[in-house]
Design a protein around this ligand. Structure first.
Ligand code: URP
Ligand code: ZN
Ligand code: ZN
Length: 468
């Protein structure tokens, strides 16, 4: 390896989920080659074509966002970020890997769904990406295909207890898929809301003239999230499979996960920044502005946030993903004017996860190392990408972020890079900002300028969950 092909990141505080160390980082051939103390003879002896000065900054692993929906057809429209725009925005925010959801059409094969998602993402992404598979139609053929997908590196399968008539699976179908996963190493990811009961409440609310966005939060009752979470845990126990519950928002659902984990069950949970930082107050914003915050599970009263932070500290929740699924206010969210049930469900956020969670460090909710754990290392482990992704250690991909912990920024639709016409965090001031991002050693963001390219990002097959 010639000196010109090497990069050294000098002078920063390297923060991983396990350690904090004042170290220089040597990068060769797209991978971390070595770490050495700043003042060591070893580091002094490193010569490199590129030297990045990280003095006074953190040097952290690139974020791993385990839950995104780029250009997803949903709710009568399509999520507004393409793989190109969405992964570029992710990079701006210090995320260097996303795991997106390929979708099985009802009556179609898993393979057809996966092929379609490969076609959308191929040669478009600024950063590396993998796929989960949404299983919408459980049958003998689908179950057999799950085995093949696990072998190919699509090792997790999302199922829905919500959205009857769209992605919904009944308990028998879920049990069958879980049984299959228990045999093939797959991880079932559950959207845990009782969709049958919710649809009754939706019809009752609309019949009573309750059409505003805030009723989205009321009908998707916290107890119906907790009930579905409990049911999913019991089904997984019967099947002998692990379970990962996505986008947990209700305190009562966290309690179900904590109880399962106290029994030693392989049950895991994810929450998202919107549940940690936003609330039903946002859903109640006037003039239909609340539609910007319609997602499922829904935002909860702010009292739920303490339980989510506690769950992240106690490891009853392991991962923070974004569930990035943006729809523009104009023309997309507006589909639900006069009927909240027609507002496309989903919120933008892929760009802001690392920064919002750093703010949580500043605010004292979590430690610096826990920040890196829940945003980088744990999702990498959960989805079979560790230690290639999610850490800074010899042999890992050189997905490295230089992070300025003192920079101030204000989030706004006028400055963000996601392809969506509003910010869910408009005007929010944050301390901390991404300065430089490397993906496999290649600069994507340099001193707050985008220098990446569509097609740099590679499809990344995954191993099985590394917590089992
Ligand atoms: O509202 C949401 N979460 N939209 C994306 C689809 C899903 O359920 O994750
Ligand atoms: Zn979901
Ligand atoms: Zn989602």
């Amino acid at each position: 390896m010639s000196t010109a092909d090497r990069t050294v990141v000098r002078g920063g505080l390297v923060v991983t989920a396990a350690d904090e160390m004042h170290a220089d980082v040597l990068i060769e051939g797209g991978r971390i080659a070595a770490l050495a103390a700043h003042d060591s003879d070893t580091a002094a002896g490193w010569t490199a074509g590129t030297v990045i000065d990280a003095t006074g900054k953190y040097v952290i692993p690139g974020g791993v966002d385990g839950h995104t929906h780029m250009q997803m057809p949903f709710g009568g429209t399509t999520a507004s970020d393409t793989f190109e725009t969405g992964t570029r925005a992710a990079a701006w925010g210090g995320t260097t890997t996303v795991v997106d959801f390929a979708i099985q059409g009802v009556g179609a094969s898993l393979r057809a769904g996966l092929d379609a998602w490969h076609a959308k993402a191929d040669a478009q992404c600024a950063i590396d990406y993998g796929f989960h598979m949404i299983v919408a139609d459980v049958n003998d053929k689908t179950l057999a295909e799950m085995d093949t997908l696990v072998e190919e590196g699509v090792t997790s399968f999302k199922m829905f207890m919500a959205y009857p008539g769209v992605f919904y699976s009944d308990d028998g179908q879920i049990l069958r898929a879980m049984q299959r996963a228990s045999g093939n190493g797959g991880l079932v990811m559950m959207h845990a809301e009782n969709g049958i009961a919710i649809d009754v409440l939706v019809q009752q609310a609309l019949a009573a003239g309750k059409t505003d966005p805030r009723y989205h939060g009321e009908v998707r009752h916290a107890l119906l999230e907790a009930e579905a979470t409990h049911r999913a845990v019991q089904l997984a126990r019967v099947a002998g499979s692990p379970l990962y519950v996505v986008h947990v928002s209700a305190e009562q659902a966290v309690a179900e996960l904590a109880a399962a984990r106290d029994l030693g069950l392989p049950v895991f949970g994810e929450t998202c920044p919107q549940y940690l930082f936003l609330s039903t107050d946002n859903l109640a914003e006037p003039d239909f502005e609340g539609a910007k915050y319609v997602c499922s599970t829904p935002l909860r009263p702010r009292e739920h946030q303490a339980a989510l932070w506690r769950g992240l500290r106690t490891d009853d929740l392991q991962v923070v993903s974004t569930d990035h699924c943006p729809f523009c206010f104009s023309g997309q969210k507006e589909l639900g004017r006069g009927d909240f049930s027609k507002i496309p469900n989903g919120m933008p956020g892929v760009e802001h996860r690392m920064d919002l969670l750093h703010q949580a460090v500043v605010d004292g909710h979590i430690t610096r190392r826990r920040w890196i754990d829940i945003a980088c290392a744990a999702p990498a482990r959960m989805f079979g990408l560790y230690p290639r992704k999610g850490t800074i250690a010899p042999g890992a991909d050189a997905d490295v972020v230089v992070y300025d912990p003192h920079a101030e920024q204000t989030l706004s639709a006028s400055t963000h890079h996601m392809n969506v016409d509003y910010s869910a965090y408009e005007g929010r001031r944050l301390t901390g900002r991404v300065e430089t991002v490397l993906s496999r050693g290649v600069p994507v963001i340099e001193q707050q300028a985008y220098v990446g390219r569509a097609g740099h990002g590679q499809y990344t097959p995954r191993g099985i969950c590394q917590y089992l």
